[in-house]
Design a binder for this molecule. Structure first.
Ligand code: FES
Length: 148
């Protein structure tokens, strides 16, 4: 794909990132990405915007709410090219949250065939792991999978 010297057009960003132009406009309206304007008032994006968009998309796919992504990205400088140290700081910030999400997803993957303590008493090991739904005394929820 030929990239113009003045930065990427919205169409070039959409083609390379796989994100619709309307979504790019939405990201820009939310302050997640930024662009400059040509004399003809056309948006031009720095190439580094592709990494920002990729991080937004992956974070969204892992279930991180857009508001949280917005807040995290707002800590990154937008007046210069981002450095590895900037991304390092972001990854440290998300490390705990992502680790918890990974743990929950792993628990879900690994425990779907056994009792999760939800009160249904329908699995073979419910009588063992949640006899007479005693876990209901802890309140609502699937306590064997949700409790930290
Ligand atoms: S899976 Fe629901 S109570 Fe065991």
């Amino acid at each position: 794909m030929k990239i113009s010297g003045m930065g990427l057009s919205v169409g070039e960003v959409a083609a390379r990132s796989g994100v619709a132009v309307s979504t790019l406009h939405f990201y820009e309206a939310k302050g997640l990405i930024g662009s400059s304007r040509t004399a003809g008032n056309q948006r031009r994006y720095p190439r580094s915007v592709l990494r920002r968009i990729a991080v937004i998309r992956i974070a969204q796919k892992t279930g991180i709410p857009l508001a949280e992504i917005e807040e995290a990205l707002s800590t990154l400088p937008d007046d210069r090219q981002l450095l590895a140290s900037d991304w390092q700081r972001l990854s440290e910030r998300w490390h705990t949250d992502l680790t918890q999400r990974i743990e929950k997803l792993t628990a879900l993957r690994d425990q779907l065939t056994s009792c999760i303590g939800c009160g249904c008493l329908s699995m073979h090991d419910c009588p063992l792991r949640n006899p007479h739904d005693e876990l209901s005394s802890k309140g609502p929820g699937a306590h064997l999978i949700e409790d930290d």
